[in-house]
Design a protein around this ligand. Structure first.
Ligand code: UD1
Length: 369
């Protein structure tokens, strides 16, 4: 128990983090109106910094202005990690908090957890315990390092809880609470709206495909990326493929030149427009983890262009199929889709819009009781 009003640092650095912290902040505010003593300070590391990757998400999801912005900007993995660690350490030395709450698996998650724990500020990790087993992904390193120095673990699935327990974490530190990204999705269902290009591209419900790719393994090599796009363009039966391209992807795309004529590259979309696109699509092809969860809840067929996933329930329970990065593998899945035989999918346990309330309730017990 912490004396007075425990101060929680909420850390957010990159696009998927913003979606995950929004409902946690709302739940904290709600509890505070009901007399809870918990207070928070929002720390933006600045890993994602521009309007499309950050600003629009704050505005649409009603996230308050950060109390602190570390403004680290772009850089190599080590440079970003170092800058975030230094910035957050300085903040804690000047003004200590009682808990560092990190979400997801981005560089900011790991860097802040390290700085906090070294100063003996306890760490809580939301979306703890998920594992792809693939150490070539920076996110997997971030997950392993973060979880090895976390005090309290909030998980999205029983299998994530099991992973932690197998690694030696005692059950009293693991809380299976559900998925805060899904809290945001369910909360915003009635606010989703079509992107500005909807009419210009002549899009109709269930008559287009959404494509998102940003993993270094898919987009950093010019030749393989180019082949992948060609294959997607050819195999999509003439349907428009809407491709909101991430900044990292745009760099390689600028070398590729013309895309297949039915692939339409658009800017990274704000939350409400992206999820409108997803909700009305025939199919999403992606290498994102978060989108496989959203597609599962929206029951949209999803193909993941990766060899592994840290979110196995999107495949075993949901609408996702993991097919690897070789475009040759696409054909049988697209045959199945166009034959109307895609699996129906169910929603995983506790992906019910209440994860953030459970997290805040638990934090209250841990810090105030
Ligand atoms: C990061 C996360 C990844 C997450 C993704 C979502 C890590 C290791 N990776 O990858 O898990 O799925 O965010 O977007 O943390 N850039 C901009 N504007 C911005 C931000 C970035 O132009 O606002 C550029 C950077 O200059 C860089 C590239 O995008 O060249 C990649 O950004 P970076 O933060 O390094 O990682 P992501 O690939 O976005």
């Amino acid at each position: 128990m912490v004396k007075g009003m425990p101060l929680i640092d909420i850390i957010a650095g990159a696009r998927p983090n913003f979606v995950k912290i929004a409902p946690i902040i709302s739940a904290l505010k709600k509890q505070s109106r009901q007399g809870s003593l918990l207070s928070y300070r929002l720390v933006h590391t600045g890993q994602h910094y521009d309007q499309l990757m950050s600003g629009d998400f704050f505005a649409q999801l009603g996230i308050p202005e950060p109390d602190v912005n570390l403004e680290v900007g772009s850089g190599t993995q080590a440079r970003q990690t170092g800058k975030i660690m230094l910035g957050y350490e300085k903040l804690l030395l000047n003004s200590r908090s009682d808990l560092c709450l990190v979400v997801g698996d981005v560089t900011s998650t790991m860097a802040c957890a390290i700085s906090a724990q070294k100063l003996r500020v306890p760490v809580a990790h939301v979306e703890a315990g998920i594992r792809s087993g693939d150490w070539s992904m920076p996110e997997e390193i971030n997950r392993i390092v973060t979880d090895s120095i976390t005090n309290w673990f909030f998980t999205t699935s029983e299998s994530a809880s099991e992973n932690l327990h197998k690694a030696g974490v005692s059950w009293d530190r693991i809380f299976f609470v559900g998925n805060t990204m899904i809290d945001t999705l369910l909360l915003n269902q009635n606010r989703l709206s079509p992107p500005a290009f909807w009419k210009a591209l002549g899009l109709n419900n269930e008559e287009y495909i959404v494509l998102t790719l940003h993993r270094p393994s898919n987009v950093d090599q010019y030749e393989s990326f180019s082949k992948l796009l060609l294959s997607i363009g050819e195999q999509s039966r003439g349907l428009p493929v809407v491709f909101p391209a991430h900044p990292r992807t745009i760099k390689t795309l600028s070398q590729i030149g013309a895309l297949p004529s039915n692939i339409f590259q658009v800017e990274p979309q704000p939350y409400l427009q992206f999820n409108y696109l997803l909700k009305h699509a025939k199919l999403v092809i992606t290498d994102s983890g978060g989108i496989t969860e959203e597609a599962t809840v929206l029951k949209i067929p999803c193909i993941t262009l990766r060899d592994s996933t840290e979110r196995p329930e999107t495949v075993t329970i949901g609408t996702n199929e993991l097919i690897g990065s070789n475009p040759v593998a696409l054909a049988p899945y697209l045959d199945r889709l166009f034959a109307g035989k895609w699996k129906k999918g169910l929603v995983p346990d506790k992906w019910d819009g209440k994860a953030s309330e459970r997290i805040v309730g638990q934090l209250s017990k841990l810090l105030c009781d």
